[in-house]
Design a protein around this ligand. Sequence first.
Ligand SMILES: Nc1nc2c(ncn2[C@@H]2O[C@H](COP(=O)(O)OP(=O)(O)OP(=O)(O)O)[C@@H](O)[C@H]2O)c(=O)[nH]1
Ligand SMILES: [Mg+2]
Length: 604
Amino acid sequence: MQKIKNIAVIAHVDHGKTTLVDQLLQQSGTFAAHQEFSDRVMDSNDIEKERGITILSKNTAIIYGDHKINIIDTPGHADFGGEVERVLRMVDGVLLLVDAQEGVMPQTKFVLKKAIGFGLVPIVVVNKIDKEAAEPDRVVNEVFDLLVALEANDAQLEFPIVYAAAKNGYAKWEMEDENIDMTPLFEAILKYVPYPEGSSESPTQAQVFTLDSDNFVGRIGITRIFNGKLNKGEEFTLIKASGAKSKSRVSKLIGFRGLDRIEISEAEAGDIVAIAGFNDIDVGDSICDNTNPVALDPMHIEEPTLSVIFSVNDGPLAGTEGKHVTSNKIRERLAREMETNIAMRMEPLGDASFKVSGRGELQIGILAENMRREGFEFLLARPEVVIREENGVKLEPFEHLVVDVPSDFQGVIIEKLGKRKADMTSLIPMPDGTVRLEFEIPARGLIGLRSEFLTDTKGEGVMNHSYLEYRPYSGTVESRTQGALVSMDNGEAVAFSIFNLQARGVLFIKPQDKVYSGMVIGESSRPGDLDVNPLKGKQLTNMRTSGADEAIKLVPPRKMSLEAAMEWIEDDELVEVTPLSIRIRKRSLDANVRRRMARDKKNS
Ligand SMILES: Nc1nc2c(ncn2[C@@H]2O[C@H](COP(=O)(O)OP(=O)(O)OP(=O)(O)O)[C@@H](O)[C@H]2O)c(=O)[nH]1
Ligand SMILES: [Mg+2]
């Protein structure tokens, strides 16, 4: 039997997981010489590459000496925390990375809590020790304190520590040691991660933790084999979470080796492999022996906490930039997503709109981003938290929020968060002149906070949050204070009028952008919406306009990304998403209707 170690790499977002996996791949020599190696090779899909974040957890295997080490790289962003939780069931050890400067952050807490819950003893990797402001000792203490707070057992409190600079390719047991290579980390994995339990001789039990698809063989389940063997061509029983059973043959068995996937004929207990041949295979399903099929514990699938309504684009520019615009196309696409993305839900609402629920704005935003790249056009409404009711009590999701701000801004931020119903739980001055403030806040209070936070801290603040739990509903939460600048005409924006409007607020558009009546073209500097005309100046001749355009100085517009737009809008606004543009509009494009609604609202 092969000597196997199964580990997951877990951390807060950007603490260097994928970079570390790169180095383990490279330095183990698993990587064939002919293969081209780019940074963060595991971040293989387009959006992951562009944004430099991991969205889906992915596994690889390396050979180190006489061992095979299966490594699962996990996403650090809070929206994908549920995925990390599932992955932790599949491994026997974790590398917990913590940035040597940032220290313990919300998602560090979340993933460590889950790892402790599964009884894992973390190997703590204090990463980025090359940073000038690195404070490895402080960070180790923070991890220790966190483990105490999480009621870790004695073995867990004696966690091994490795110091690393993943980007520079070295790890070491003590800070004083020389910077050589990753050897100490490999040693730590071999020394501290237990071998898989279970036996190849027992009846087969394997469990699916991720899905993949292949054009030739269809749906693929990536599985951990807990007992017995999987053989190509053999028949097994698939047991779903509901208990439903079905039999199928393994049409293909795929093993991992570096970035390659190789066809194999047999795999045994302890290993991680991909299998094809089960058409309705899902995350959490068990694959068992036919004679004595015993399912493994079903997996906990995280409940959605946030929902966004997708609807058909019915604005005046609809259909001019995308190719899939009908409600049928949108429904089909969303339904397809729900098949593989188990953390999301979709509910048709009639009137060509669909409620999509997930774990956060980023998760839903990435679906929307994928759709626009595929040629879709649609509208998004303001995200809403998923409210639950238990024993007659209304509950809403709460988040753990950590902000790092220069101390000058501390007062403003505390005041603002107070209005959003946040409770401050700690305030720690940091050595670099910033303060670290921690809060517990209803998830509703976070919607739209990011852009205001950046403005309030002049771009110097950093905020991070992670799901905490459902708690009793906390009443009205203050939202955006600024009004919208709304276009009152259709056409192309003119530089001259944009120049004049700059005094009114921050603009989202530039000259020649298409605008329409009811479209939001900027954020007013005051509360309350303002109808404005971005087309004024038309009467000038072309010659003079372009001449004058060059002379006037325009502030660059605020570029609204999809998620920024989703966060910014209010209930009476929508985001228009097309392959070419992200626009914001009023739900009702008719100014008279809006005025009447505003009056009704005031009177009620
Ligand atoms: N200075 C320094 N930077 C590092 C080190 N390791 C990683 N980085 C940088 O940190 C950033 C994030 O690295 P990633 O490897 O993508 O981090 P991650 O944890 O996989 O991020 P997510 O998957 O999005 O959670 C990149 O810009 C890396 O170059 C290090 O040892 N030192
Ligand atoms: Mg990553």
